[in-house]
Design a protein around this ligand. Structure first.
Ligand SMILES: [Zn+2]
Ligand SMILES: [Zn+2]
Ligand SMILES: [Zn+2]
Length: 59
């Protein structure tokens, strides 16, 4: 099995086998998959990807 990295722009978390997949991209958590609405935090407390406020997936 190959490990994949979350496709959230600022996230570098490893994506688990039960990953959320959207348009061929994988995300480590639903917060990343939905581009952190209301800056919902990443599943990893050490990851600050949600603090960038990029909202890039939707644009
Ligand atoms: Zn993250
Ligand atoms: Zn992520
Ligand atoms: Zn993220």
């Amino acid at each position: 099995m190959s490990e994949r990295i979350c496709d959230c722009k600022y996230c570098h978390c490893t994506v688990p086998a039960s990953a959320v997949e959207l348009d061929g991209k994988v995300y480590c958590c639903e917060a990343c998959a939905s581009a952190h609405p209301d800056r919902a935090p990443c599943q990893s407390s050490e990851c600050d990807c949600h603090q960038h406020g990029w909202g890039g997936i939707k644009t």
